[in-house]
Ligand binder design. Structure first.
Ligand code: VG1
Ligand code: CO
Length: 544
């Protein structure tokens, strides 16, 4: 078992995006590509001697190979201990849970989240720090800077380890512990939710539940939590075998991609609650009988009802949402008389606030909700929250949402994505808008008047770090908003995201179809941004 220093050449494209480094599998398969990023991370941490890290992934193609590389490099860099999810599996929230529970110094999560997998799909790697959350920008930037100047990496010569046995062993001078990837996470869920009440609900004759793991990482978690610990019928679970290519699908829990679930939930005999999670288990979609819960509403409803749930009985310290997420959460915070923070897109921006004890619940419009129990968004936590809420309220999902609207108002909300747009055209669109803020501010379009046109920037109240260019905002006099930003998770071309929001306080006007309610804003955006002309697209690729 010999320590080796391998010389390498730096890559210039290893700047982490919204959530780690994501590239096509073929990019990661280039000689030294993964190794360089892992070494750059170790170097940015000032070395890992005496440190303890976790590693696991969402089971996608290349997960196991990448894990073996990381094992060798961790040993080569003198890591004290590496904790690995058996089979190379750890969902993103479970990795966060494990890092926190065992007091580790951080960990790698191998995932490209909801991006498709398989040899022609995407792969990704993300580093989380000792708080269990995604590395903040100052660390991701340090990793990138190290990657640009990298000339060598450290590893050892060692055969592949057995990832499927639960045991301790040494790799060189490094201790390896293979842990059950599900247990610690499932135990944490039992602390937060009333499992006996949920178990009882699941047995009720007029209640039915269905969960779609989309052939991704939550399969084994769902089997343990829903079936073994809560007694749900096996038939409640769809697509729970983890497949390296996610069964050829796109593991993104939304109305377009969670096809199996959507078919069932929008049928005549739909179950009471339907839910799905994404590739790495941090996203969720919540559906009622023929009813879609907008993620921005979901986080607001969770905050408004948290006092009814075991783990949150003592109330909320504060809440937070990403800037494009609808202001439904703000209305709840106002009534609860707690702070509602507005952060840039990406979970890493919630970390400081959570660590400082300023927040209990946070969420993003992109199907992400969670609390201070971990430092990641958490798909199954959200599903359990809704199950628990249904057990308490004993009304339908639709009734829960409509009652919420009647009380707080309805924030009509939608996101339109234009995927794989030519990068030059997308940048041109965004830059030209930046130059028009002055003329746009105060402009009137029919009944709509723009009162604010700017580029969102965020000054972190805890460490004073400044993040600029986090999305273009047009805010109207009636509090409607149009937001435009470029995705930081795609792997080919640019993805343009447009977010539309309109606040409705009139109880009689709360049952419009979402796209119809937002039609005026949608056509105004097309007129102002010339999206169709610039992208050459007549309609968005995905509407959520
Ligand atoms: C998207 C979402 C963002 C989310 C991020 C990671 O980022 O918009 O809200 O935090 O994905 O989620 P972007 O930059 O593409 O808009 V996941 O489940 O992909 O780790
Ligand atoms: Co994800």
């Amino acid at each position: 078992m010999e320590n080796k220093t391998i010389s390498t050449q730096a890559f210039s494209d290893q700047r982490p995006g919204t959530s780690g480094l994501r590239k096509k599998v073929s990019v990661f398969q280039q000689p030294h590509y993964l190794e360089n990023f892992v070494q750059a991370t170790f170097d940015a941490l000032g070395g890992v001697k005496e440190k303890q890290l976790a590693v696991g992934g969402d089971g996608r193609f290349y997960n196991r190979e990448a894990l073996q590389t990381i094992v060798r490099m961790a040993a080569g860099n003198g890591l004290k201990k590496l904790v690995i999810g058996r089979g190379g599996i750890l969902s993103t929230p479970a990795a966060s849970c494990v890092i926190r529970k065992y007091g580790l110094d951080g960990g790698f999560i191998l995932s490209a989240s909801h991006n498709p997998g398989g040899p022609h799909g995407d792969f990704g790697i993300k580093f989380n720090t000792a708080n269990g959350g995604p590395a903040p920008e100052k660390i991701t930037e340090a990793i990138y800077q190290k990657s640009l100047a990298l000339g060598r990496y450290l590893t050892i010569e060692n055969p592949d380890i057995d990832l499927d046995a639960q045991k301790h062993f040494m790799v060189g001078a490094m201790m390896v512990e293979i842990i059950d990837p599900v247990n610690d996470y499932a135990d944490l869920m039992m602390e937060l939710f009333d499992f006996p009440a949920i178990a009882k609900l699941l047995q009720e004759k007029d209640f039915a539940f269905i969960f779609d793991a989309m052939h991704a990482v939550t399969g084994p978690y769902a089997e343990e939590i829903f079936c073994r610990r809560l007694g749900a019928a096996k038939e409640s679970l769809l697509n729970c075998a983890v497949k390296p290519d996610f069964g050829g699908g796109h593991p993104d829990p939304n109305l377009k991609h969670a096809k199996d679930l959507v078919r069932i939930m929008f049928s005549a005999k739909a179950p009471t609650l339907g839910a799905a999670s994404d590739g790495d288990g941090d996203r969720n979609m919540i559906l009622g009988d023929n009813f879609f819960v907008t993620p921005s509403d979901s986080v607001a409803i969770i905050a408004a009802n948290a006092h009814l749930i075991k783990g949150y009985r003592n109330g909320l310290k504060g809440v937070a949402r990403s800037m494009p997420t609808s202001c439904a959460l703000d209305a709840v915070a106002k009534e609860l008389d707690i702070e509602c923070y507005e952060t840039p897109t990406g979970w890493k921006f919630f970390g400081n606030l959570l660590d400082a004890g300023k927040l209990t619940i946070c969420g993003e419009e992109s199907f992400g909700t969670s609390s201070d129990h971990v430092r990641e968004k958490d798909g199954l936590w959200t599903v359990l929250f809704w199950l628990n809420l249904l057990a308490v309220k004993k009304i339908s999902v639709k009734e829960i949402v409509e009652t919420h609207w009647q009380h707080f108002g309805r924030n009509y909300y939608t996101r339109h994505d234009y995927e794989e747009v030519e990068s030059g055209a997308a940048n041109k669109l965004v830059n030209s808008l930046r130059e028009r803020f002055e003329t746009l501010c105060g402009a009137q379009f029919g009944l709509l008047e723009i009162t604010q046109a700017d580029d969102f920037s965020y000054l972190d109240p805890i460490d004073n770090s400044l993040s600029e260019h986090q999305g273009i905002r047009l805010i109207f006099k009636d509090k409607s908003r149009i937001i435009l930003r470029l995705s930081g998770t795609g792997t080919s071309g640019a993805t343009l995201r447009l977010y539309f929001e309109k606040v409705e306080k009139n109880p009689a006007a709360m049952n419009l179809e979402t796209q119809a309610a937002l039609a005026e804003l949608i056509s105004l955006a097309d007129e102002l941004f010339a999206i169709k002309k610039i992208t050459g697209r007549s309609q968005p690729t995905v509407i959520t």
